[in-house]
Write a protein that binds this ligand. Sequence first.
Ligand SMILES: NC(=O)c1ccc[n+]([C@@H]2O[C@H](COP(=O)([O-])OP(=O)(O)OC[C@H]3O[C@@H](n4cnc5c(N)ncnc54)[C@H](OP(=O)(O)O)[C@@H]3O)[C@@H](O)[C@H]2O)c1
Length: 251
Amino acid sequence: MRLTGKAALVTGGSGDIGGAIARRLGAEGARVAVTYVGAQAAADATVADIRAAGGDAWAVQLDQRDPEAIVTCVAAVADQLGGLDILINNAAWNIGIPFPDLAALDAQIWDRVLETNLRAPFLLARAAADLLKAGDGGHIVNISSAGGISPGSSSIAYSSSKAGLNHLTRCLAVAMAPQVAVNCVAPGLVEETRMAGRLPDAVAEGARRQAVLGRVGQATDIAEQVVTFVTSTSISGQTMVVDGGMPGSMR
Ligand SMILES: NC(=O)c1ccc[n+]([C@@H]2O[C@H](COP(=O)([O-])OP(=O)(O)OC[C@H]3O[C@@H](n4cnc5c(N)ncnc54)[C@H](OP(=O)(O)O)[C@@H]3O)[C@@H](O)[C@H]2O)c1
C-alpha cells in the first residue's frame, strides 16, 4: 500500500469516477473523505466499500458552487482526517447541448458549468493550500476532459471549463511549488458513467470509433492514473489524456 498515512479529499465521490478514485486511494491505504451534493446514498456506498475493504472513509455534503461552503468543508475534512495530503478535484456538472445550438447555451447554464467545473477547483485548492503544503509532499489532481483539448463534448461551456481546468493545473503547479505537485487527468468517454450518458449519441459513438486502442476508458483507468500522479515526486503541471488514444486529443 503506497498511501498509508496520507489523507485525501475526493470531490464528487458519489459519482462514477470519483467513487472509483476514492476506492482506489482507500485501497492504497489513504484515509479518504468524499463529497456529494445531493446523492448521499451513493456517497455512503463509496464509504461503505472502502470501510469493507479495511480502509477509513467519510462522506461530507458540499455544493461547490458556494465559496463559503468550500472553506467550511475543507476545514471539516482536515479535522476529521487529521490533515490533508491529497486533493482530487473530480466533481463536475454537465448538460448535453450540441455545439451548433448556441441559443440553448444561456448565461445561467454557462455560469453553473463554469462555477462547478472551474471556479470550485480553484477555490478548493486555495482553501486546501496551507494544509497541502504542511505535509511532506502534497498533491492535487484535477479531473478534466479530453473535451478540454479538442472541441467536442457535452457542450461548449463544458469544453471551455475543462480547457480552463487544464491551464489552471499549470498555473497552480507554479503557484504551489515546491511543496505541492499539481497534475490533471483528462478522460475521454468513460464507459458506464452517468455523465457519458448525457453526451449526444453521435459524440459518444465518434469517441468509440476513433479510439486507436479499440476501447475508450473505464473509471478504474482514471483511478489508476490518479494513483500514478499522487505517488510520483517528479511530475507537476501535466495533463494526461486517458481516452483509448483519440487522434484529436494527441498533442
Ligand atoms: N464520464 C465521462 O465519460 C467523463 C469524461 C470526461 C471527463 N469526465 C470528468 O470526470 C469527472 C467525474 O465524472 P463522472 O462521470 O463520475 O460524473 P458523475 O457520475 O455525474 O459525478 C459527478 C459528481 O460531481 C458531483 N457534483 C455535481 N455538481 C456538484 C456541485 N455543484 N457541488 C458539488 N458536487 C457536485 C456529483 O454529486 P451528486 O452525485 O451528489 O450529484 C457527483 O459526485 C468529472 O470531472 C467529469 O467532467 C467524465
